[in-house]
Write a protein that binds this ligand. Structure first.
Ligand SMILES: [Zn+2]
Length: 330
């Protein structure tokens, strides 16, 4: 099997190929999850990923596969495993598990979307979002405790608004609020994804802000909305009005730990991520014990360098097909 970048992550046996997170919809493509930079219609995906696609784009065109249900694409065996990133997110095992592609993954475990477990493989293709050695996040349980403390404190005063990615992170925030005894209001775009989680037996308690009575809207307590609405990059009339009335704002994103821009325009930041941090990446590689590693997305070069240095496993950013030597490609 050869693995290289060519319209996605191409895994080829010389006769056929499967395209992981392809750059366009294609029948031999496998999509790992429903974030827009990965999602393409007319590909193979999990039922939950397809449901998010239907709600957000109207497209129903997908071939559905559950976790641990092997299927064949152009004669190559493929199997999906929980990636713990967002609902329906999948790691892709190819060729009987010899090649493993993590997609975006989270080995810590989430409240709402499972957890990525390492799998022994020969070739590991791993995301490198937080691939720099300094990109180590505080323990998730501590961040959730801090967030819950903030939510309870703002609700005891005027109220608060939490901004987060509408698929995945926002549902973690709702679950954390519920665990603290709060039932938040949510924006419609967060609510439509929460509804999918509930349909997949993730117990979330929330009310859509748009369905509240005028009296309830005047004092919603806690509102969970998109990070763009909170930071002011996309002015949101509800957020602007609540802020005018003294609501505090917070952003929930791993980048709050590393990047000043993540804290711009908000009163507080909580570094909870749905990705592996640097320690999580290194531990995952070690546990998979591959013979070679390819890095994709984000800090590819830095992560590859650290894997070679610390684990003594050959690693490099995933090569383009044109960069492969003839010997590698045969
Ligand atoms: Zn993602």
């Amino acid at each position: 099997m050869q693995v290289f970048a060519h319209g996605g992550i191409c895994v080829s046996n010389g006769e056929g190929a499967v395209y992981l997170d392809p750059s366009r919809g294609r029948a031999d493509g496998v999509v790992t999850h429903a974030h827009s930079d990965h999602l393409r219609p007319r590909t193979h995906m999990t039922p939950a990923t397809a449901e998010v696609m239907r709600v957000r784009t109207g497209s129903r065109k997908a071939q559905l596969h559950g976790y641990r249900e092997p299927f064949r694409v152009r004669g190559i065996e493929v199997e999906l495993h929980d990636a713990g990133h967002v609902i329906g997110s999948a790691m892709v095992a190819v060729d009987g598990g010899r090649v493993l592609y993590t997609g975006d993954f989270n080995p810590c475990g989430t409240i709402t979307a499972g957890r990525a477990e390492p799998r022994p493989c020969e070739t590991l293709v791993i995301e490198a979002t937080y691939g720099r050695p300094e990109q180590v996040l505080p323990p998730r349980s501590r961040v959730i405790r801090d967030l819950q403390g903030w939510m309870l404190a703002v609700c005891a005063n005027d109220g608060g608004i939490v901004g987060a990615y509408t698929l995945g992170k926002a549902q973690e925030v709702v679950a954390a609020a519920n665990a603290a005894g709060l039932r938040p209001a949510v924006s419609d775009e967060v609510g439509e994804v929460c509804d999918i989680y509930v349909a997949h037996n993730v117990p979330l308690e929330y009310d859509r802000f748009s369905t509240l009575t005028p009296e309830q809207r005047a004092a919603p307590g806690l509102l969970v909305t998109s990070s763009t609405a909170t930071s002011g990059r996309r002015p949101d009339v509800v957020v602007l009005e609540l802020r005018r009335r003294g609501f505090q704002t917070a952003r929930v994103s791993g980048w709050c730990a590393f990047a000043p821009w993540a804290l711009r325009g908000v009163d507080a930041g909580f570094p909870m991520s749905d990705h592996a941090d640097f320690t999580g990446l290194m531990d995952f590689v070690e546990a998979c014990a591959p013979q070679q590693v390819y890095t994709v997305h984000g800090a590819q070069r830095e992560l590859a360098r650290e894997i070679e240095k610390r684990l003594d496993i050959p690693a490099r950013p995933l090569p383009e097909r044109d960069e492969m030597t003839l010997e590698e490609f045969t």
